[in-house]
Design a protein around this ligand. Structure first.
Ligand SMILES: [Zn+2]
Length: 308
């Protein structure tokens, strides 16, 4: 059996352009300068770069890379596609170091590519979780360490804080970096992301004390006494979100030894992409790589932006 990576678009730059164009421009080329779709010609000739088109409406040349994470990158498009396939298909993620060794690009290039690919994984879906009365599990976790904050003995003030939601019916997750874990911080985010008809599940954390007024049902489990499932109603539990956090933490430990707070949102986007589009949700490796490819548009990430 041929390896998945033996397809021509992983090895030939022209085939890679054709592959990307078919997915980003399903109706044919679109000029990124004027938005025109008519009177567009493909440029030929030895001196022309692969994948160059000319728009005869605004008279400017363009390629499918403009306005995407590939813009201004010198890495051949087929190597980008290899990187995306590997990252989208790995269970826990791939470190920049591993990508550098596998693809033969420099470590610095591998780092930029990983960050841009994570940007393409960022979901543009802002729809509510728990629509139609579904169950949404909500929980926070603490990870790593905030720069410049002294280590506290038992508290979590010195750690980075993450809030995550999992929709049990759709199997999707949505996680974000938060500043604190009080109701003032948590509730606005929960209200913005969860439908009012949803059943919500949390632990007994004080930050959720008003949540029952906003949703059709609020179930709690008492983690402080080791209770993770309500013995009287076994639908009341937080097992799904516990599973999500355990995958996330294993990934962060094993693959990403260190991750500063300024990059944490991108790692969360990567974990959410992989979790929401996992095999159990009916998304196979090829479909996941194609979904990722659709996400490259409008996510141009420059060197400066990656570093601030
Ligand atoms: Zn144009």
């Amino acid at each position: 059996m041929a390896s998945a990576l033996s397809a021509p678009h992983f090895h030939n730059e022209e085939a890679a352009y054709a592959y990307v164009e078919a997915r980003i421009w399903p109706e044919g080329p679109v000029c990124p300068h004027c938005g025109g779709v008519e009177r567009i010609g493909k440029m030929g000739g030895k001196s022309t770069r692969i994948g160059t088109y000319k728009c005869y409406q605004c008279r400017k040349p363009f390629t499918v890379k403009i306005g995407t994470i590939f813009e201004a990158s010198h890495v051949p498009l087929n190597v980008w596609l290899q990187a995306m396939y590997l990252i989208a298909g790995s269970k826990k993620g791939i470190s920049s170091n591993q990508l550098h060794r596998t693809l033969g690009v420099t470590l610095k290039t591998a780092w930029f590519m990983s960050h841009r690919i994570r940007e393409a994984m960022r979901s543009s879906d802002t729809g509510f979780f728990g629509e139609g009365g579904g169950t949404v599990e909500i929980d926070e976790t603490f990870i790593g360490r905030l720069p410049g904050v002294p280590k506290a003995k038992r508290a979590f003030h010195h750690k980075m804080k993450v809030l995550a939601l999992v929709d049990r019916a759709t199997g999707r997750s949505r996680a974000m970096v938060i500043d604190g874990v009080n109701a003032d911080t948590l509730m606005p985010i929960v209200l913005k992301n969860v439908a009012s008809e949803a059943r919500v599940m949390t632990d007994e954390h004080y930050g959720y004390r008003y949540i029952k007024h906003h949703f059709s049902y609020h179930g709690t489990t008492r983690h402080s006494v080791g209770q993770y499932v309500d013995p009287n109603d076994r639908t009341i539990h937080s097992n799904t979100i516990e599973g999500y956090f355990s995958i996330f933490k294993r990934g962060m430990r094993g693959v990403y030894q260190w991750c500063g707070e300024k990059h944490l949102h991108r790692y969360l986007a990567e974990f959410d992409f992989r979790y929401s589009n996992r095999e159990a949700n009916g998304v196979d490796d090829k479909a996941r790589a194609d979904l990722l490819l659709k996400g490259v548009v409008g996510k141009r990430l420059t060197y400066q932006r990656a570093c601030v």
